[in-house]
Design a protein around this ligand. Sequence first.
Ligand code: MN
Length: 417
Amino acid sequence: MKSFVNYSENSDFSIHNIPFGVAVFNKEYIACCTRIGDMVIDLATLYDYGYFDELEGLNDNVFEAYTLNEFIELGKPVTSAVRLRIQELLDENSKLASDEKTIEECFFNLDQVKMMMPVHVANYTDFYSSIEHATNVGKMFRDPDNALLPNWKHLPVGYHGRASSIVISGTEIHRPMGQTKPAGADMPVFGPSRQLDFELEMAFIVNKNTEMGDRISTAEAEDAIFGMVIFNDWSARDIQSWEYVPLGPFLGKNFGSSVSPWVVTLEALEPFRTASPQQEPEVLEYLKFSGEKNIDIKLEVYLKPQNGTDTLIAASNYKYMYWNMAQQLAHHTVNGCNVEVGDMYASGTISGDEAQSYGSMLELTWRGQNPLKLADGSERKFIEDHDTVTMKAWAAKDGIRVGFGEVTGTILPAKDF
Ligand code: MN
């Protein structure tokens, strides 16, 4: 496959990708879009020009919308056919390749668009599915010799998060204020978090509504998943460690999470599937699955101080996940909990087994004991005001590259403090 749009061989947005997003074009007009190389394509106008006319199930211009929800609710048969249609249209020999008027109206350079939240997030759940991360945290906060809690290998542990504070890449986040209890103190204190952290995660987005009482099996799960984004689950460790007993994460988590703008479909990630880790002890029947359910997605985290340069501080991989997406969704619905279009399910921090592959400052600095050295010589135990954290994710194999671009966010001082 070769496109009439030129792009570099390192582009995340090759003709093999065809992700979906929502953009403001020329500061005046909002529509659903896709991207190839550095070109963003307005799908609503492309629809009006008749390029999707013969596709079944696409009877309205669902791209004329502020979110992808209406489009993804059409389900895999339609969304997958649309993606393949766009791929054909971008081929160097397609009818579109020589239709200069349509290209002029629908194709925009990156600097002419501003990306928005791709979906309205109905509900957000965060899992805890990396065995390396759970082991590191267990060693730090509980028992170094018995880090994993008894339930961990029997179910994908998770909690319900906050959908309202999930924001698009580039949104500035204020350092959270809150209640903490410093080591050795008798009483809690109130003030800005002093242990602000990121969490390197991926999230999947669900394409259907289910009825209460219904379950989604591991075999059905992937049909219910439209695609994935990079997810930075900003975390205030000092607020978290004081508040979390006995009910779990709350204000240390819900002040903000950042997502990358392009939703990469499961179909685009198909070539990068890989074997899942052996699960021992054997899981219960409803969590069993067949096929390769893990995906080889390379992950990087960069930290940049104000007016400074980026330092690569972590490199991990989504393939390390102990619990896969199908198991997460099967478990989430096994009690009859209904899911909704636009639901976002984050993986939990994705750590590997080497110190450079840890997906949070908490682990990279081992709770602040081993500060990170940045390119400019400065050190970090946790994130400081005006620091920018950027995460990148991409898959590459046999000359094919499919990526997510990046999610970035800068921390501002606490508001009115
Ligand atoms: Mn998290």
